[in-house]
Design a binder for this molecule. Structure first.
Ligand code: NAD
Length: 431
C-alpha cells in the first residue's frame, strides 16, 4: 500500500478558476459522463461495486451495494439525493470540495442518476453555507448550458434535472431520513429504519442517498476503472479519501491520501505539531462523534477496519488534533453542548440524556464535580448508547466515554480544580 499523498479530487483546487466548467473540462472533466451514457446502467452499478467504494459520509456502507438495493423499476419516479449537509464538528471536506471543484459532484450526480434510473436528483446543502449554495447553482447552470443536464443529454435520450436545495441549518438534517423529511417540507426528524430510503425514501419512492465525496468519486472510477480505485488503500477499505486536519498542526487543511495512511504520516505532511514543546495529547479520527484517540494511536492505519479494531470509527476522516495545552474535559463539554443543542428532541435518551450530561460535565469543568459524577457520566452514556432513535445520541456519548477511559485523572481533578486553572485557555488556541 502506498502512503503518498494522492491529489485526485483536490488536484486543481489551487487553480485560480478551479470551480468553472472550463477548468474542469481542461482536467478531463465530463469525459467519464460520455462513456457512462453509452454503458448499460447495470454495468455502471457493477463497476462501482467492483471498485470497493464505501460511503464517504461516515458510515462506510458500500456505495454500489446501496445502489443495487433499489427495487426493480415499476414505472414510477426514483431519486438520487446528495447529502451535502456537512455539519459534524471537525468535518470540513465536502464544503471545500463543492467550492473548489463542484463539477466533480455534478458529473458524479448525473452518472449516478443514470445508473439508478432516476430523472431527478437533489443536492441538499447545509443552510448556513450560502456561498456553497450559490456555487452549486452556478455549476448546475453551466451543466445545463453545456447540454449535460436537461432533456436528451448529449443526444442520448436521457433526461435529468438537478435541484439544489438549502436546508435551514439543523445538524439533524444530515441524518439521511431527517434530510428527506426536511426536503419534503416537514420539520427534519429521523424516520424509523427499515424501510431504508432505497425502498421508501423521498416521497416514499426508492431513493439513493449518498455523501458528496462518494458521488464526486464516481466519475473518476468510471473514467479510470474499478481496478485503478481498488488498487489504492487497504484490502477492505479501498481507494483514497480526503483527510481534514485541524487544530494544533502547522498547516491545517485537506490532505488527500489512500485509506490506511496513519496520523503520524499526515502530521508530518502537515508540517508537524504547531509547537514542538507541546506534544499531541488527543485527537478524533472521524469527527467529534467518534471515540477519541491519543498519542498511542499515531500509527493506527486510518481505514475502516483498523480504526474500529482500536475502538473508534473512521467516520468522516475529520482529524481534530489537540496538544497538551487543551483540557479534554473542556473539549468534550463543548462537543456535548453542541449535541444537546442539536438534538431534535424526538427521542428521550438523546433529548434528556445530553442535557443531563451537560449538567455533570459543566460541574466537572468548573471544578465542582462530586465523587459520584464520573460514574454517573459513564452510566448515562451507557444508557443512551444503542437506545437513541438515530446515530446522534450514540455519537454524543462516544467522545465522553473514551475521554474518561484515557484521561480519568482529569475528570477526577474536576472534583476540586476548574479546568481553566489546570489548562489556562490563553495557552491554547482551541477550547
Ligand atoms: P448507517 O450505518 O445506519 O447507514 C449507512 C447507509 O447505509 C445509509 O444510507 C443507509 O440507508 C444504508 N443502509 C444500511 N443498511 C441498509 C440496508 N439493510 N438496506 C439498505 N440500505 C442500508 O449510518 P447512518 O446513521 O446513515 O450514518 C452514521 C454516520 O454518519 C456516522 O458514522 C458518522 O460518522 C456520520 N456522520 C456524518 C456527518 C457529516 O457531517 N458528514 C455528521 C454526523 C454523522
Amino acid at each position: 500500500m502506498s502512503t503518498q499523498l494522492t491529489p485526485i479530487l483536490t488536484k486543481f483546487w489551487d487553480h485560480p478558476q478551479s470551480w468553472t466548467m472550463a477548468t474542469y473540462e481542461d482536467n478531463g472533466g465530463y469525459r467519464a459522463l460520455r462513456s457512462a451514457l453509452e454503458m448499460d446502467p447495470v454495468d455502471l452499478v457493477q463497476v462501482t461495486k467492483d471498485s470497493g467504494l464505501r460511503g464517504r459520509g461516515g458510515a462506510g456502507f458500500p456505495t454500489g451495494m446501496k445502489w443495487g438495493f433499489l427495487p426493480p423499476h415499476d414505472g414510477g419516479p426514483r431519486y438520487l439525493v446528495v447529502n451535502a449537509d456537512e455539519s459534524e464538528p471537525g468535518t470540513c471536506k465536502d464544503i471545500p470540495l463543492m467550492m473548489a471543484a463542484p463539477h466533480f459532484l455534478i458529473e458524479g450526480a448525473i452518472i449516478t442518476s443514470f445508473a439508478i434510473g432516476s430523472d431527478t436528483a437533489f443536492i441538499y446543502v447545509r443552510g448556513e453555507t450560502a456561498h456553497v449554495y450559490r456555487r452549486l447553482l452556478r455549476a448546475v447552470e453551466e451543466a445545463y448550458a453545456a447540454g449535460y443536464l436537461g432533456k436528451d443529454i448529449l443526444g442520448t435520450g436521457y433526461d435529468l434535472d438537478i435541484v439544489v436545495h438549502a436546508g435551514a441549518g439543523a445538524y439533524i438534517c444530515g441524518e439521511e431520513t431527517a434530510l428527506l423529511d426536511s426536503l419534503e417540507g416537514r420539520r427534519g426528524q429521523p424516520r424509523l429504519k427499515p424501510p431504508f430510503p432505497a425502498v421508501a425514501g423521498l416521497y416514499a419512492r426508492p431513493t439513493v442517498v449518498n455523501n458528496v465525496e462518494s458521488i464526486a468519486s464516481v466519475p473518476l472510477i468510471v473514467g479510470k476503472g474499478a481496478e485503478w480505485f481498488s488498487d489504492m488503500g487497504t484490502e477492505k477499505s479501498q481507494g483514497f479519501g480526503i483527510f481534514s486536519l485541524s487544530g494544533h498542526v502547522k498547516h491545517p487543511g485537506q490532505y488527500e491520501a489512500p485509506l490506511g495512511i496513519t496520523l503520524r504520516e499526515l502530521i508530518e505532511m502537515a508540517g508537524g505539531m504547531r509547537d514542538p514543546n507541546h506534544p499531541l495529547k488527543f485527537w478524533t479520527p472521524g469527527g467529534s462523534s467518534t471515540p477519541i484517540f491519543t498519542d498511542r494511536h499515531l500509527d493506527v492505519p486510518l481505514d475502516f477496519e483498523s480504526v474500529a479494531a482500536h475502538g473508534s470509527m473512521l467516520g468522516t476522516r475529520a482529524l481534530q488534533i489537540f496538544d497538551d495545552t487543551v483540557s479534554v474535559v473542556r473539549a468534550v463539554t463543548r462537543w456535548n453542548d453542541f449535541y444537546m443543542h442539536e438534538s431534535c428532541g424526538k427521542c428521550t435518551p438523546c433529548r434528556e440524556g445530553t442535557y443531563w450530561l451537560a449538567q455533570i460535565l459543566h460541574r466537572i469543568e468548573e471544578g465542582r464535580g462530586t465523587s459520584q459524577d464520573i460514574d454517573m457520566l459513564v452510566d448515562i452514556c451507557d444508557n443512551i448508547l444503542g437506545r437513541a432513535f438515530c446515530a446522534l445520541g450514540d455519537g454524543a456519548t462516544s467522545p465522553i466515554t473514551s475521554a474518561v477511559q484515557y484521561f480519568r485523572e482529569e475528570f477526577e481533578a474536576g472534583c476540586h480544580t476548574p479546568a481553566s486553572e489546570l489548562f489556562p485557555p490563553a495557552a491554547s488556541t482551541l477550547f
